[in-house]
Design a binder for this molecule. Sequence first.
Ligand SMILES: Nc1ncnc2c1ncn2[C@@H]1O[C@H](COP(=O)(O)OP(=O)(O)O)[C@@H](O)[C@H]1O
Ligand SMILES: [Mg+2]
Length: 511
Amino acid sequence: MDTSTTVPDTVQVVVRIRPLSERELAKGYESVIVQPNPPEPRLIARNQEEFTFTEVFGPEVDQLEVYERSVRAIVLKLLEGFNVSILAYGQTGSGKTYTIGTSFAGSRLKINVGILPRALVDIFTHVNAKQRGAREEAATGNGTRYRVFCSFMELYQDHVYDLLSHRNRYERLLGIREDVGGGVFVPGLTELAVSTAEEAFRWLQHGAGCRATAPTSMNKESNRSHTIFTVIVRACLGTDDERVTISKLHFVDLAGSERAKKSRASGDRLRECIQINKGLLALGNVISALANHAKSTRNNTTYVSYRDSKLTRLLQNSLGGNSITLMLACVSPASYNLEETLSTLRYADRALAIRNKPSKSTPSASLDSGSSSGSDELERLTKTVSRLRLENTQLRRRISAELRPAVGVAGMAGGKHLLAQNRLLHGQLQASLEESTRIELRASIAENALGRLEPLVCTELSDSEFQTPDESESPEELRRKCLNVLLRYRTEYEALRQRPTAQQRSTLHKI
Ligand SMILES: Nc1ncnc2c1ncn2[C@@H]1O[C@H](COP(=O)(O)OP(=O)(O)O)[C@@H](O)[C@H]1O
Ligand SMILES: [Mg+2]
């Protein structure tokens, strides 16, 4: 495939035959799939059915070869503005997760690492090269700047979970929405900006650790869910982010189809098995409908039942939409899996006929303008979220800035209160002092008066005592004298009362 120009308009179907496992070899199982003339993309299953695909990789083909021969070219279409979907389909234990590399651990591309980590390395190598070029063009304002994001979701028991969310499992549940253009998107799905492949690896590993897996008799680490890891590239043309192109690359690791009887599933495993098979059945129906639609030249009204399951809704754009799609059909060569292998191959054969209409995402003129496509809608919402975040931060800053003086005001109010209390207490102290001064003065007046009255009375009485009753004045005379004494006492007392108090004296002094 010419990597720079060719855009396949049918779904590309690559079959990968895994090697017989040690357990299968030990049990003496034989391979029932042969490639009559490798590297021709043909295979024959149990000498009966022959199939031809875009590529057929035998058990001896390693991860790097699969990536380089079938994947790299379409991955790089992402940077040209195309949406790309890569789906791994097949029976449980046939090598889907191995081929995609969803369970990738570590930070280096070792020999057995799948296509997803390899694609991430390639994407960043190309983005960085383009960025360098853009920096050189930046002076003229023509450079394109790229930003890469990733999201990771899981479809488990027909529920969508955000695998990159920091929330707990229950709060990771998301819905599926349709925009006005009929596109499907998952509102609220975490999209994380990543600037290196290593950073994206870490998120891939983090999300993969949150998947629902359980051992089954077919695969001891079987994925009980369908997972979609998406790389989103935002290409901003010009200097002011006005023209933005968004393209997406989905890696879909489907849960394996599995016969409940063969896998001896029961309880939770059986319920999962039923849901998985239901989704895959709906996917099969969609593939058949699209294939029939493509084959029939007259019948343009084929009904495609995307709405039958969340899986088919999520893959709507990848199947029969504007995406470049690669289906990796993984099969086991072991004789005891022949039925499932044939079923996968027939499925894959139908998918070969699906025609897509790959088209480059058109740059949105203005991010705020209403748009009909899902990615534009997402872009608009992302911008709204960032604007709201910014507003939130600014408001927080304002509130904390306004709170600080408020704390000062509260302190001042406390101080004023204390001052008022102080003034009140001071007044009370002053009044008490005045009262005590007044009492003191009255006591001193009384003492003074007594001091003056005593000698007077004594003198009068002693004068009269020394007189004989015969010689003494009449009682009338004595009463008159007593009255005189009392009058003098009163006059004296009144004179004392007229004297100013200590406070009056101090006030007069101040005036
Ligand atoms: N091409 C391959 N080469 C070597 N081992 C493989 C290959 N494909 C699958 N396997 C092994 O087979 C087992 C099941 O593969 P896995 O990818 O988990 O299956 P699935 O995801 O389809 O259920 C794993 O142990 C995996 O390492
Ligand atoms: Mg798997």
